[in-house]
Design a protein around this ligand. Sequence first.
Ligand SMILES: *[C@@H]1O[C@H](CO)[C@@H](O)[C@H](O)[C@H]1NC(C)=O
Ligand SMILES: *[C@@H]1O[C@H](CO)[C@@H](O)[C@H](O)[C@H]1NC(C)=O
Ligand SMILES: *[C@@H]1O[C@H](CO)[C@@H](O)[C@H](O)[C@H]1NC(C)=O
Ligand SMILES: *[C@@H]1O[C@H](CO)[C@@H](O)[C@H](O)[C@H]1NC(C)=O
Ligand SMILES: *[C@@H]1O[C@H](CO)[C@@H](O)[C@H](O)[C@H]1NC(C)=O
Ligand SMILES: *[C@@H]1O[C@H](CO)[C@@H](O)[C@H](O)[C@H]1NC(C)=O
Ligand SMILES: *[C@@H]1O[C@H](CO)[C@@H](O)[C@H](O)[C@H]1NC(C)=O
Ligand SMILES: *[C@@H]1O[C@H](CO)[C@@H](O)[C@H](O)[C@H]1NC(C)=O
Ligand SMILES: *[C@@H]1O[C@H](CO)[C@@H](O)[C@H](O)[C@H]1NC(C)=O
Ligand SMILES: *[C@@H]1O[C@H](CO)[C@@H](O)[C@H](O)[C@H]1NC(C)=O
Length: 267
Amino acid sequence: MARTRFLLSLINFLVAGQCYCMAAAETNILTDQSSLLSLKSSITHDPENSLANWSNSTFVCNWTGVTCAHVHQNHLRVESLNLSHKGLVGTIPPHLGNLSLLVNLSARNNSFHGILPNELSRLSQLIYINFESNDLTGKIPSWLGSLSKLAKLFLQDNRFSGSIPASICNSTSLEKINLSENQISGSIPKNIGNLTLLKELDLYSNKIEGVLCLKTPGSILTTNKKPLGVAAPKCKVFDFPLQILVKIHPRVGDFALISFANTGKTS
Ligand SMILES: *[C@@H]1O[C@H](CO)[C@@H](O)[C@H](O)[C@H]1NC(C)=O
Ligand SMILES: *[C@@H]1O[C@H](CO)[C@@H](O)[C@H](O)[C@H]1NC(C)=O
Ligand SMILES: *[C@@H]1O[C@H](CO)[C@@H](O)[C@H](O)[C@H]1NC(C)=O
Ligand SMILES: *[C@@H]1O[C@H](CO)[C@@H](O)[C@H](O)[C@H]1NC(C)=O
Ligand SMILES: *[C@@H]1O[C@H](CO)[C@@H](O)[C@H](O)[C@H]1NC(C)=O
Ligand SMILES: *[C@@H]1O[C@H](CO)[C@@H](O)[C@H](O)[C@H]1NC(C)=O
Ligand SMILES: *[C@@H]1O[C@H](CO)[C@@H](O)[C@H](O)[C@H]1NC(C)=O
Ligand SMILES: *[C@@H]1O[C@H](CO)[C@@H](O)[C@H](O)[C@H]1NC(C)=O
Ligand SMILES: *[C@@H]1O[C@H](CO)[C@@H](O)[C@H](O)[C@H]1NC(C)=O
Ligand SMILES: *[C@@H]1O[C@H](CO)[C@@H](O)[C@H](O)[C@H]1NC(C)=O
């Protein structure tokens, strides 16, 4: 048994290591630099001149908002990009998908518009995505479901529409999802309960409707924060447009909040 477990973790290690090396082998710090220069050139307005030192003449790891880390064989790669609160106007270019070892991506409180391009699905190391308070449109990307390390997804206060992709239930590292204040419609994916680490799912101020299915027993439903005192059945059909908060206790010590309110009309 112990031996099997050892072999399994060895296989895991090798597989994980291989993926990591493949991602790293195709790209390098110069790829990172050119990805970021593409991002800069897709920014049409930079009121505080925040990206002034994003140029070939300075080392990319010293650029504003960029943090690098030493990866295997001691190579430096861009690990974190934080462009929050800079008043930037522009789009997210597909080239950003070449930042293959990016762990944190934050561009909170700017005016990025357009979609999150499919190429970002290549950012397999992402743990944290924050595009809160921008003008992003299109659907919540289905490729988010392929980011197996993604723990925090903050896309609130944008103009995303369409329904929440079912694939999100494949991203089983997710702990916090905030999609509030968008124009998202449709229902909550039926396998949302697969996200066993999920502590917060905030869908407040959208046009969500339908059935919420929870795997976890012992949930407490509350309306306007007043407990209904009901243990959730496997599937609960909510009456919209009531503002509903659902608190879930998947297991002792865990606390989950699912809150959503329908600001749209009931159909
Ligand atoms: C930076 O250097 C790369 C590679 O030498 C070149 O292709 C690119 O045009 C340069 N970019 C700028 C903004 O100078
Ligand atoms: C980056 O900035 C640090 C601190 O300002 C400086 O010591 C270092 O030489 C810079 N690195 C490069 C490659 O320019
Ligand atoms: C780039 O600008 C930031 C913010 O002004 C500064 O902290 C950083 O040292 C600058 N880097 C270089 C290489 O000049
Ligand atoms: C990003 O930078 C802002 C300040 O500009 C800071 O408040 C925030 O904590 C940073 N976010 C991350 C994820 O590092
Ligand atoms: C958003 O960013 C601007 C700078 O562009 C800043 O003045 C403002 O305080 C930020 N707002 C929030 C809520 O952080
Ligand atoms: C980066 O990404 C773009 C668009 O996805 C691609 O066309 C380009 O070849 C990539 N560049 C490098 C250096 O890998
Ligand atoms: C990534 O973001 C998380 C959460 O804000 C923070 O704790 C962590 O230090 C960040 N890592 C890097 C490399 O910026
Ligand atoms: C979830 O992942 C599995 C296995 O990779 C795949 O077969 C399935 O299509 C994915 N589900 C969705 C909804 O993307
Ligand atoms: C999610 O849960 C459903 C129902 O239990 C199951 O059929 C499906 O395979 C699960 N998907 C993943 C990606 O774990
Ligand atoms: C989600 O984001 C909104 C807007 O920033 C915020 O008010 C709300 O508290 C967040 N939800 C959670 C569960 O943190």
